[in-house]
Write a protein that binds this ligand. Structure first.
Ligand code: GTP
Ligand code: MG
Length: 305
């Protein structure tokens, strides 16, 4: 049979589960996930290949009201992710914490406007159905969204349990066109290993820290090498600087007697070892760079533009 490929972008407000869903379909974690909004900061490609079908997912940052230069660059990544794709997946939550009585909230309204402007076909995903207590709520949610846009399909699912995700993959295959695959079998992302490692470290910081601290963090990977130990065993050595915005944040990140940084390092090391399948060591430092999220040069240095 002929090879077929579809490019599909995942869009939605922050924290609805776009990255979780992409990881679940790929069967491998390529994008970091946390319970804090604005986890994803750039476009991340995830590749799913099954036989002659290849789906290329583009995970985007959650679309939100920008407060600084980094936010604007994240929102731009959403628009860029919608260019030159075959379809979009608009992800919303089954049980949103806000009221839908006054129609679509601004983030979703803006994204649907963009779908219309680009004449981009889209599938509506209602994620986190595992949290839904009453089925009726789902019906009014579907009525609201389908009243605003002619979705190719509506798929309620749970990225957490995997319930319904096969149905989504089948729906998305309908957008594929005859074309040689863009990525070789077995390749799951376009992210360089260095970026994946920095992201694994940032994920731990996002998960362990609270309030505004994790949002002002960037991870600058300074060393990433594989070498043999004296016993001839391969080991990955990682050294990274955690960048934060304030002196007070620095103290929180380091923790009492260095305890927080140690925890971050240990958890990140385990992920790195799982991913690469060999032993790893992780050393972390913390540095303050005031207001870096408004400094184009630094945003560029951290690869976030
Ligand atoms: N209960 C439940 N939680 C989920 C599900 N999918 C995702 N989550 C949780 O929702 C939170 C956000 O998940 P992410 O995948 O990081 O969400 P995102 O849309 O990529 O977020 P941003 O990158 O910030 O835009 C995490 O705590 C996930 O574990 C689901 O199906 N059910
Ligand atoms: Mg994400």
């Amino acid at each position: 049979m002929e090879q077929r490929t579809a490019f599909v972008t995942m869009i939605g407000r922050p924290n609805v589960g776009k990255s979780s869903l992409m990881n679940r379909i790929l069967g491998q974690k390529v994008a970091i996930v946390s319970d804090k909004p604005q986890t994803t900061r750039t476009r991340i490609m995830g590749v799913y290949t099954r036989g002659d079908d290849q789906l290329v997912f583009i995970d985007t940052p959650g679309f939100h009201k920008p407060r600084n230069m980094l936010d604007r660059s994240m929102n731009k990544a959403v628009g860029d992710g919608m260019s030159d794709v075959d379809a979009a997946v608009l992800v919303v939550e089954a049980a949103p914490k806000f009221s839908l009585e006054n129609g679509l909230p601004p983030a979703e309204a803006e994204l649907i406007k963009e779908l219309k402007r680009r004449k981009l076909p889209a599938v509506l995903v209602i994620n986190k159905i595992d949290l839904l207590d009453k089925k009726e709520k789902l019906l009014s949610l579907i009525a609201l969204y389908t009243g605003e846009f002619d979705f190719s399909a509506v798929v309620p699912l749970s990225a957490k349990t995997g319930d319904g995700t096969d149905i989504l993959a089948d729906e998305l295959k309908k957008f594929s066109k005859p074309s040689p695959h863009f990525f070789p079998d077995g390749e799951v992302t376009d992210q360089p290993e260095k970026v994946m490692v920095a992201e694994m470290i940032r994920e731990k910081l996002l998960r362990l820290l609270d309030k505004e601290v994790p949002h002002g963090i960037a991870v600058d990977l300074e060393k990433f090498i594989e070498r043999d130990t004296a016993e001839g065993e391969p080991i990955i050595e990682v050294e990274a600087t955690v960048i934060c915005e304030k002196e007070s944040h620095k103290g929180i990140i380091i923790g009492k007697g260095g305890s927080m940084l140690k925890k971050v390092g240990t958890l990140a090391r385990r992920d790195i070892e799982d991913f690469f399948g060999i032993r790893a060591s992780v050393r972390l430092w913390v540095k303050v760079k005031e207001d870096w999220r408004n400094r184009q040069g630094l945003i560029h240095t951290f690869g976030l533009d």
